[in-house]
Design a protein around this ligand. Sequence first.
Ligand SMILES: [Zn+2]
Length: 289
Amino acid sequence: MESLAADLRDRALGRVIDRADIAEFSVLKTYDPPLAALHGAELKDVARHGKFLDLITSPAAPAAPGTALHLITHLARAGWLRWREDLPDQPPRPGKGPLAFRLRFADGAGFDLTEAGTRKRLAVYLVTDPAAVPGIASLGPDPLSPEFTAEALGGLLGGRRTQIKGVLRDQRLIAGIGNAYSDEVLHAARMSPFRLASSLSPDEVKSLHGVIITTLRGAIERSSGLAASELKKEKKAGLSVHGRTGEKCPVCGDTIHEVSFANSALQYCPTCQTGGKPLADRRLSRLLK
Ligand SMILES: [Zn+2]
């Protein structure tokens, strides 16, 4: 997504929009302002919010001085953006084919958004405030941003009577840790994945905060400069417990265990994290009752 945004910036900044058209009705998720408001608007910048691409334009007839219009898209799994130097004058006919949306600049260049397959997930929004798009407003803070302080983490955990593993991988609370690195963070912090978030002491919050940052920085350092094809292998090699059920803990040599969690599984080291006691697999024990 970041490279797609950079590519669009190179090609299209300063261009004036002629028209925006939908070719698949389900794509457009907003109605006010209408797509016609983009006519004559100049593309000022292209930003990214998580997996959303944000085309920031200054409209020809702004609702208020300085009001930007944001054309935001989420390509979903099967969506793609294709730049074209020469688009037809006429709007596309809705219906058949993978074409979902077309943006044409006044000089005839522009891009198509296409979506393969039948699952219509690609979405387009036209808004004056990106936070109005569901999924953008709900992304939690980036753990490597300056706002993510130990106090901010404490605020997220305080009063939350859910397991710490679930909190760490919830994108709405903290963006970008995910399933694998939440296992790694909890192992490095020597903390049970089933600890209640609200039960952490201020010292534990502080040390967890430090571990989150060093774990993510380490992962980024290891992968910097690697080609996309090497990234997966490097990620796997850098993990201590995640995906390593039955292997030896690199810290203490105990056997790494697995327990079901939500709709998947998590891995942990009993000696490092749970005082040597294996965690009870709730799904399994429910089946045995
Ligand atoms: Zn261990």
